[in-house]
Structures are given as structure tokens and as C-alpha cells.
Design a protein around this ligand. Structure first.
Ligand code: TRP
Ligand code: SF4
Length: 338
């Protein structure tokens, strides 16, 4: 395949702090693979972070750096993919304005992912005033991100698919209204890796305090894994265990252990030869071994912040050049005075 015939992918992640293994297995492993096969644009969605954190901006810069370090640690490669910061490509915000004009209000109000987000905000004590116009425009801004590069595919976690559906609708309407076949309707690209639960058995998430960070050290990782839910019916050490009922530790083994190790764990667990504490201690070692190269890479990059910053600045410049062409085409199609 020549460079020119490569299909395009665009995806982003909100910069709300250090990333965890849910991000790694749900999204980053996929990106790492796809960057070899596609012309890839990966961006840090700092505007999207503002949709809920507009009054909590003290850590904005630090969060951007942390996300970038986590990406680099996970093998996202600036020589293969264009890595950029959303707010350094203002063409996206201009496209967002045009899209916002044609997006029916009830489409954004119906967005199920947004409904979940506002529900979470409410349980955290948010008032009506904290559900803002910007938050309502979340899927419209995502659509702008995607058309900024006229992407063919959008590699995301399952939680983002509903947003992408709305993006496809918005793009179709945009094309219809201005009578152009300009923008492609992007398709989501999902990973086949099973969802990694948090150590308490719920969805892994920073705000649920159940996550293991890419950047956690070995000791922290072990402490967290020792808290992982196992087979709830297993009370005593010599009760036989049921791997299939083991909510977190066993599914983790299936991801981090070899096939043989998993078989051995099953046998020892069922035969009550292995206690859950020992099992999890072993598991923590496996997780730490798996994470070691990533964590080393992260530490190395962190030693040179100027270099890391340069990656983002250069990537954003490159992204902007492409974005400008697409924006001009869209403005012309709409009939703007240029
Ligand atoms: N909403 C995504 C998230 O929360 C981030 C994102 C913003 C995104 N714009 C996007 C993902 C465009 C894919 C395409 O992680
Ligand atoms: Fe889970 Fe291991 Fe305990 Fe079995 S021994 S229930 S696999 S933690």
C-alpha cells in the first residue's frame, strides 16, 4: 500500500489526568497497532475536558503532559502518527461553529453517552447550571474533530460509539444541506480485547477510585491488586474456589497470564491449593512485568519535558496544515465570503 492510498483515522482522549489500564486495553493497544496501517491523527481533547471541568483548570497543562507521556509509554509513535493538541488546531473550532448551525437541538439532547455523563455529574452534586451549552455540544465538537481530517474511521472504546453515530448523522445532514459529498461518514473501529474491569468489579474509572494507572509503580499496583474482588462465595482459604465466579482476579489472569498459567491457576483454585491472597500476589507480579517496559519508557520521556513538548507542538503544526485545507473547502461549499 502506498502512503497516498492509506485510509485515515482520527481519535482523541480527554485530558483529565493520568491514564489507566482501561484506556490502555480499551483504546491505546488498538491505536498502537493501527498507526502502522493507517494515516493516523491522535489528539489530546483539552476542549472536551473543559466541557465538564471548566471551573477546575489548575491542572490543565499538567494533565496534557500526563496523557502525552502515557501515550508515548504505550507505544504511540510520533514518527508514525500525528500527535496533536486539540486547542492548538483552531480550525476544528471553526468547523464546530458551522456544524453547530445545522445540528438539530433534539439530536444532541438525545445523545445517550451525554445523558450518562450528565447523570454522573448530577450524582456528584452538579447543579443545572453546570450542564452547559458546551457540554451539550460535546458530540458536535467530536464531529468537528473527525471532519477536521475527513477521517474514514474512528478507533474508540465502546463507550464512544453512540457519539460516533450522531457524528455520522450530523455529517450526512451537512453534506445534504450544502449539496456536497465532501465529508465521509466515519465508522468506529473497536478493539476485540474484553473490557478490563476496575479492581472493585465495576467499570474502571479514575473517579471510581478503582483503577490501575499506566504510571503506577510496582508497589502501588500490588496494593491495588490485593484489593481486587475474587470469588465472593469463597470465605475460607480451604474452600474450593470458582474461577468463573472470580470477578476481577481471574479475568485479569486471562489477560496477563500465559495459557498454561491460567490453567494452573484454575486447577489450584478449584482444588483449594491456592489462596486468593497468594494468587493475587502472583498476579500483581505478572501485571508489573507486563507494564515494566512501558513504565521505563515513560520515566525516560519524563526526563526530557522539552522534547515531549516539541512532539506535541510539531504534531499540532502538521495537523493544522491539513486542517486548513479541509476548512477552506467546507467554507467554500457553504458559500462563505473568503
Ligand atoms: N470523547 C472522547 C473521550 O471521551 C474523546 C474524543 C473527543 C474523541 N473528540 C473525539 C474520540 C473524536 C474520537 C473522535 O475519550
Ligand atoms: Fe480468583 Fe485466584 Fe481466588 Fe481463584 S484463587 S478465586 S482465581 S483470586
Amino acid at each position: 500500500m502506498t502512503i497516498d492510498s492509506k485510509k485515515r483515522i482520527v481519535s482523541g482522549m480527554r485530558s483529565t489526568g493520568k491514564l489507566h489500564l482501561g484506556h490502555y486495553f480499551g483504546v491505546l493497544t488498538n491505536w498502537e497497532k493501527l498507526q502502522n496501517e493507517y494515516e493516523a491523527f491522535f489528539f489530546i481533547a483539552d476542549w472536551h475536558a473543559l466541557t465538564t471541568k471548566y471551573n477546575d483548570t489548575a491542572n490543565l497543562k499538567e494533565n496534557v503532559q500526563d496523557v502525552l507521556l502515557d501515550w508515548l509509554a504505550a507505544g504511540i509513535d510520533p514518527n508514525k502518527a500525528t500527535i496533536y493538541l486539540q486547542s492548538l488546531v483552531p480550525e476544528t473550532s471553526e468547523l464546530h461553529i458551522y456544524l453547530s448551525m445545522i445540528t438539530p437541538q433534539n439530536w444532541v439532547e438525545r445523545d445517550p453517552t451525554l445523558k450518562d455523563m450528565t447523570k454522573i455529574l448530577r450524582t456528584q452534586g452538579a447543579s443545572d447550571n453546570s450542564i452547559t451549552y458546551g457540554l451539550l455540544g460535546y458530540p458536535v465538537l467530536m464531529t468537528a474533530d473527525i471532519i477536521t481530517f475527513n477521517a474514514d474511521y474512528v478507533p474508540v472504546g465502546v463507550d464512544q460509539v453512540a457519539h460516533i453515530e450522531i457524528s455520522r448523522d450530523i455529517i450526512r445532514r451537512f453534506n445534504n444541506i450544502y449539496n456536497l459529498q465532501y465529508f465521509k461518514e466515519p465508522k468506529p473501529l473497536l478493539t476485540d480485547i474484553p473490557l478490563l474491569k476496575g479492581i472493585d468489579g465495576n467499570k474502571m474509572g479514575k473517579s471510581f477510585n478503582n483503577d490501575i494507572k499506566i504510571s503506577d509503580d510496582d508497589k502501588t499496583t500490588e496494593q491495588k491488586i490485593m484489593r481486587a474482588i475474587t470469588d465472593r462465595s469463597r470465605i475460607k482459604r480451604d474452600d474450593p474456589g470458582h474461577p468463573k465466579e472470580c470477578e476481577v482476579a481471574y479475568p485479569y489472569w486471562k489477560i496477563f497470564g500465559t495459557e498454561e498459567e491460567v490453567k494452573q491457576i484454575e486447577t489450584d483454585c478449584r482444588g483449594a491449593k491456592l489462596g486468593c491472597a497468594d494468587c493475587k500476589r502472583c498476579l500483581a507480579k505478572k501485571v508489573n512485568e507486563f507494564m515494566a517496559p512501558m513504565r521505563e519508557r515513560r520515566i525516560e520521556y519524563a526526563k526530557n519535558p522539552a522534547n515531549v513538548r516539541e512532539i506535541l507542538i510539531e504534531g499540532s503544526k502538521k495537523a493544522r496544515m491539513e486542517a486548513k485545507k479541509i476548512l477552506d473547502g467546507a467554507k467554500e461549499a457553504i458559500g462563505m465570503y473568503m
